[in-house]
Design a protein around this ligand. Sequence first.
Ligand code: NAD
Length: 319
Amino acid sequence: MRILVCGATGFIGCHLTRRLVAEGHDVRGVDLLPPRYMEASGFELVTGDLRDPAFVADVVDGPFDEIYQLAADMGGAGYLFTGENDATVMFSSAMINQNMLRAACERDIGRIFYSSSACIYPVENQLEPDNPNCAEDSAYPANPDSEYGWEKLFSERLYMAFARNEGLTVRIARFHNIFGPHCAWNDGKEKAPAALARKVAEAADGGEIEIWGDGLQTRSFLYVDQCLEGTLRLMRSDWAGPVNIGSDEMVSIDRLVDMLIGISGKRIAKRYVEGPQGVRGRNSDNRLIREKLGWSPSQPLIDGLRPTYAWISEQVSAA
Ligand code: NAD
């Protein structure tokens, strides 16, 4: 197949392009930035700004069997939940999605995938750490806790509108906290597993690390290979989504840190400090994906944390 991956040098994009190349597809990747964490090999990489409609028209220059639209202005709590980047996060991602959909209508496109997020779910359904509700049909009445979440919800609707009115075949997933090697880990856009793994890797044996909040907030984390598996299964299925792609192994941030400390083999104390945290509790509800795809992620969290910690530890040592 001829496949376009937008956001190809980003964390999920670089894993996706590698997998699609290994499957033998003819892949074009596009990103604002050159490769940062993983070499881009075996595919054509085009560098440019998807907010520019002329550039997007050049990139979508003919038929593609599949387009994966992963490009977004994206980060962890320190980037998305402080409020300081709201205008650029909303503007950039909305522009990218509008340009991509318009260009897709001009060409013969088999299917287009959009990566939405668990951040679209209403804040009031995620107040209790032990009992969050993230079932797909709980998205409305809408009340995401961040502008990033509002843009994702708007763009979900935009993709669905283009499917209805323009005949595009659209697939939408709501990713829940994806992690793994080759992610952002020290540039201000890192997410909790990478940030905490870095702190543990940097700490001396007998040292201390800082945790944002009281550590009792809950999340689930999905290893990147499982995310790709779900994404490709959804893309090639008859189900359009939106559907959660996430782990339902919910843990407290404290538990996540303990797992990382255990992997490191060090003795490390935890200090709880003020910091952006997002919602109090969040977990992937996997009933719909099981029903529609006959599959859901199954890998235990600890199995993904080991290679992730090893990779971040290497980056810390090399820095
Ligand atoms: P990432 O930031 O590593 O990758 C996004 C890529 O998009 C980056 O390489 C960036 O340079 C590129 N990009 C941004 N603006 C661009 C522009 N104007 N033109 C061209 N390229 C541009 O993020 P990721 O973790 O790989 O996430 C991929 C997608 O999945 C994003 O849409 C994100 O919102 C979504 N998502 C990710 C997670 C997660 O836990 N990683 C969770 C939910 C949703």
